[in-house]
Write a protein that binds this ligand. Structure first.
Ligand code: FE2
Length: 458
């Protein structure tokens, strides 16, 4: 029995396995390197240690695609016979990972929480649970789960800055912007490579409409978040693009897209950001050219294998396919998503409550039925956190609702939601542009009245 770097007892017997596990954890915390290669090395060093397989399964689940969940189930099956020699913590982690891999995302996260209650320095359990909170749109636990373990951490414990970075993001998602910024800056004082903390402060600046500061923040820290091999760089680049979009600097947005997001086809996590950026550009009237066709191709290629796994991804597939006019693929997507929505699991509930309605809304908008789109979006928007993502990502729903209201001749409705958005981001330039556009829109009632007046004049 050996301890890990935070003093947690493991059933590993070969120190090389623990060293490899620590390297995997460090890669996961910094979004660099290849954590899966390191857990494979841990397994090779100590094939009788169930903890290596369990760590592999948990890390695979953070990638949140059906194919990785399948791989996770394979790792857990391999570990099953070894559990007899595992510690109680490792057995509990196995059970939590098993639930996650089978699609019980709430039950699996609850299992991780039980481990954290007993072992608050289990860095892997904490990070995986944090990602699960993000995927499940559990803003409260993005903050509170980290807060519950924080008293057990200090600068003396390896990985402490990354725990602060997670707390910073959780505070931001709970709208505690000053506290989030302080926490994120503290994390970065201790570890300037903490991409998650850089990202948390960028979120604060996004939500507070601090556009120029946000650009400076990310540009100054580009060497850290954009370092070679940083697997999260695409998302910080996406945030930088959002700031430029706020300034209506579309050339800068497209340059960032082409550098960081155009090649995002292989992973759903990055494809989501790429797609959302193209959709926002479309809402701004920007011609994105062949980019949308390429992104629709990427979603189509994965549709049968990955569709219906996660409602948030299905929604983004609908955005790309609608924007590209891929009617047949949309029909296929909706059949898959409807099937997923009938399942009694975490994703089924996400599809029923938010995903299916959101998909129908964007299909309606691109199909020339903006009033239907506005009605659908107004009905689901307030509960949309249930299908995951951040406030900044889900802002797309509000932007699309405003567009649908404007296109359908309901400027008062558009102004209504822009007012909410501006109250959260005072002086936000995109918000002000939207407000100007909505106020110039001709109400549908006036459109209907117009021919009658002209007839009367003639
Ligand atoms: Fe983000």
């Amino acid at each position: 029995m050996l301890e890990d770097a935070r003093g947690l007892l493991t059933a590993a017997t070969d120190p090389h396995a623990i060293e490899a596990y620590e390297r995997a954890l460090a890669d996961l915390q910094t979004f660099r390197g290849d954590p899966l290669a390191h857990v494979d090395a841990a397994i090779a060093a100590d094939p009788g240690w169930a903890g290596g397989y369990v760590a592999k399964a948990l890390i695979l689940m953070t990638l949140f695609e059906r194919r990785f969940a399948r791989d996770a189930r394979g790792a857990l099956t391999a570990a099953k016979a070894l559990l007899v020699g595992a510690t109680a913590r490792e057995r509990d982690l196995w059970a939590a990972a098993d639930l996650l891999a089978k699609g019980d995302w709430h039950g699996g996260t609850d299992g991780l929480e039980r481990v954290l209650a007993e072992h608050p320095r289990d860095a892997l359990a904490l990070q995986v649970a944090h990602f699960m909170d993000f995927f499940r749109g559990d803003s409260l636990n993005l903050r509170n789960r980290v807060a519950r373990v924080l008293p057990h951490w200090s600068e003396a414990v390896p990985g402490y800055p990354y725990v602060l970075g997670m707390h910073a993001f959780g505070l931001e998602e709970c709208n505690q912007y000053p506290e989030a910024e302080t926490m994120g800056r503290r994390a970065l004082e201790l570890a300037d490579d903490d991409s998650w903390a850089i990202h948390a402060v960028a979120h604060v600046m996004e939500m507070q409409g601090r556009i120029d500061e946000g650009i400076a923040w990310l540009e100054e820290r580009r060497p850290a978040w954009a370092a070679p091999g940083n697997g999260f760089a695409y998302h910080n680049a996406w945030h930088l693009a959002l700031f430029h979009l706020d300034r209506a600097d579309h050339a800068a947005v497209l340059a960032l897209y082409d550098e960081w997001l155009a090649g995002a086809g292989a992973m759903a996590l990055s494809r989501v950001d790429a797609t959302a950026l193209l959709w926002r550009l479309m809402l701004e009237g920007v011609d994105v050219g062949a980019r949308i066709g390429a992104m629709a191709d990427a979603w189509e290629a994965d549709l049968d294998a990955e569709g219906g796994f996660y409602a948030f991804n299905d929604f983004h597939a609908a955005l790309a396919l609608s924007q590209a006019g891929r009617t047949k693929s949309l029909e296929r997507l909706m059949a898959i998503a409807n099937r997923a929505g009938s399942a009694q699991d975490a994703n089924g509930e996400m599809e029923r409550r938010v995903g299916l309605g959101a998909c129908k809304a964007v299909i309606a908008l691109c199909g020339g039925r903006p009033r239907e789109a506005a009605e659908l979006l107004a009905g689901i928007r307030d509960g949309a956190s249930r299908f995951g993502g951040s406030h900044a990502q889900r802002d797309l729903l509000t932007l699309t609702l405003v567009e649908a209201a404007t296109r359908s001749g309901q400027p008062a409705l558009a102004v209504h939601y822009i007012a909410e958005r501006l109250s959260q981001r005072p002086g936000n330039r995109w918000g002000l542009r939207l407000m100007g556009r909505a106020r110039q829109a001709v109400p549908e009632t006036a459109r209907r009245a117009a021919p009658a007046r002209s007839l009367a004049l003639s």
